[in-house]
Design a protein. Structure first.
Length: 611
């Protein structure tokens, strides 16, 4: 399309007025539908069906299935997301598909009817991985069925998978790999090979999308004449950014206050941080998270530069932008946690590849756990290295997400977060978490923090004021403070909190607020467990079991249950205790108790926010 074709594209004042009036009243679903509608009209008026398909990116393998003229095959784009990245990519893919004359159905896995799977023809899946190779919570039921003997044969299905993951985990992109293997076992055919993406997924994802759409548009080109394309969205479509500010354009927020919550003598430092969202147009709901674009600790940057014997003022080009080495290491790259990618890169630079490849998977994982980037450089030093070559082995610095511990109904134009800075010793030195130490040590009042809102539609208060049971330990209490503020402002049913920490005297986070909510009957019940106050350690799961009769009674009366906190210990321990409670109180077998909880999860009454 040439510039001259757009010479008359400027809208009149009246047209702009109509467009702005319409856009202000649209939901995200309406906006995506209308974008497809006008894309189809534009295609009909300007192209008459002659738009050529884009050429596939040569870095990705060519399609396994040969393009052939297939008329009106259905196309479904399925997103399985934990923090919103998969959803965001799926929305972009759907919009691109519309522009190219396709007619996709965009579906959140939480709303997908598995029985429809055997009716699908072309299925594009974008999935993230949670923890050690598990699917996101929203996709658990889908994975259970697809990996069971109940899964249908899929000989007519064609599919492609984009897997998002983190190379610092042993089971990198595990969820995507599991789906790919299982679909092949069920007889489905790949449209193109699966692509596995690390945290810097943008370029690979764009190339994957371009390739797959090139194949599908080539097939449908003969059929795409002047008909307007329509995008149908099913269920809840999560929008990554709810204003002009988002992950790629964070809002420069001012820190209002940074208060230490833990008392003197506490073994766990915890901060309450209040952040102004004034003039940002950012909004959120209780259960959402605040994305923080943190910087690396300047002390760590200096230590790394000293170890490498590099000049901090060296000029570099990163993604087309000129910067200095110090700025790049401070703001653009992960410089602490080492990954397999860095290990391979450093081995190649130093000629030590054989040392690393001689390790098996368990040994490599242990080595990476015990060695940060600076430790590897000290162990295998290399002088005179070009800074540009060094940063080629680093990953982009990623934002961190923190559960919001406030409600806009009580704290308008503010977002509060609850942060426990990560600090530990490694090789005789104190090491700190990138974002948590930034927040605790350098996010002082009036300082600026780049932030954005990350929606979490799978951790929501019930819509009609049903009872809630909230279970959390430490900073996992954060979203429950938001829940209580929301219920204080807008009403709601009974609320029960199970909270755990180390010591009652110094670690009872937001103690006076909980007591006020109890006094005013906004919080119905509260049970606490402080593990280090007595010789025998007591945790929240013990308190749940002590109150088994009432917990089960609340569930039978329609209560929603929430777990927030540690994914490795808290979440499985609490889950197993809940199964035991149901097993004992309902007098059923353990398998039936497990199914009881699965049914609660399907109904949106069992929600977890674990990390």
């Amino acid at each position: 399309m040439t510039v001259s074709q757009f010479s008359g594209a400027a809208l009149t004042a009246e047209q702009w007025r109509l467009v702005e009036a319409l856009s202000s009243s649209l939901t995200p679903e309406h906006a995506y539908w209308i974008s497809g509608y006008f894309a189809g009209i534009g295609s009909a008026l300007l192209h008459k069906g002659t738009t050529a398909a884009q050429s596939p990116d040569t870095r990705i393998s060519t399609a396994v299935v040969q393009a052939e003229p297939v008329a009106a095959r259905s196309l479904t784009i399925l997103h399985i997301s934990e923090t919103g990245n998969s959803t965001e990519l799926a929305i972009r893919l759907a919009a691109l598909a519309i522009e190219q004359g396709l007619n996709p159905t965009l579906v959140d896995i939480a709303d997908y009817k598995v029985r429809k799977l055997k009716e699908e023809q072309d299925l594009l899946i974008i999935t993230s991985t949670h923890g050690e190779g598990d699917p996101p919570q929203s996709g658990m039921e889908f994975f259970e069925l697809i990996e069971s003997r109940k899964a249908p044969a899929l000989p007519e299905l064609r599919y492609a998978i984009l897997a998002l993951g983190d190379m610092s985990y042993e089971h990198f992109c595990g969820a995507g790999k599991r789906l790919d293997e299982r679909f092949e076992e069920l007889g489905a055919k790949r449209l193109q090979p699966r692509i596995d993406c690390d945290v810097d997924y943008e370029e690979l994802a764009a190339a994957w999308s371009s390739n797959i759409l090139a194949l599908l548009t080539a097939e449908k080109r003969a059929a795409t004449s002047s008909a307007a394309s329509q995008l149908e969205t099913t269920g809840s479509t999560q929008q990554a950014d709810n204003s002009a500010y988002g992950k790629r354009n964070p809002f420069p927020a001012t820190v209002i206050d940074n208060i230490v919550l833990s008392g003197r003598g506490s073994t766990r430092e915890t901060h309450h941080i209040e952040i102004s969202l004034a003039d940002s147009a950012l909004t959120y709901e209780p259960g959402d998270a605040l994305g923080i674009v943190a910087n690396n600790d300047p002390v760590m940057v200096e230590a790394l530069l000293t170890t490498l014997d590099m000049n901090p003022g060296t000029s570099l080009t990163v993604k087309g932008q000129v910067t200095t080495l110090f700025e790049a290491l401070s703001k653009l790259f992960e410089i602490t946690t080492a990954t397999l990618r860095f290990l391979d890169h450093w081995g190649e630079l130093t000629g030590t590849t054989d040392i690393f490849t001689a390790m098996d998977n368990v040994e490599r994982a242990a080595f990476l756990h015990e060695h940060h980037i600076i430790d590897i450089i000290r162990a295998f030093p290399l002088k005179g290295l070009d800074p540009q070559r060094f940063i080629d082995g680093l990953r982009p610095l990623q934002p961190r997400l923190y559960s919001i511990s406030s409600s806009l109904a009580i704290c308008p134009d503010e977002a509060h977060i609850t942060v426990a800075p990560v600090r530990y010793k490694l090789h005789g030195e104190i090491r700190s978490g990138v974002a948590s130490s930034h927040l605790a040590d350098r996010a002082n009042a009036d300082s600026i923090l780049p932030v954005y809102i990350q929606s979490n539609p799978y951790f929501r208060l019930p819509p009609n004021g049903e009872p809630i049971i909230m279970i959390g330990a430490g900073t996992g209490v954060a979203p429950y403070r938001a829940f209580m503020q929301e219920r204080e402002a807008n009403g709601g049913g009974r609320s029960w909190l199970f909270f755990g920490e180390r010591n009652f005297r110094v670690d009872f986070l937001y103690q006076t607020e909980w007591q006020d909510w109890l006094k005013n009957s906004i919080l119905t019940k509260m049970d606490v467990a402080f593990s280090r106050d007595n010789a025998e350690k007591t945790y929240v799961q013990h308190r749940i079991h002590e109150h088994a009769h009432d917990v089960y009674a609340w569930l039978e009366e329609g209560a929603h249950i929430y777990i927030c906190g540690d994914a490795l210990r808290l979440a499985p321990d609490v889950h197993n205790t809940l199964v035991t409670v149901i097993e004992e109180q309902a007098s059923v077998q353990r398998e039936e108790a497990e199914e009881y909880l699965r049914n609660l999860q399907r109904d949106g009454r069992y929600q977890r926010d674990v990390y």
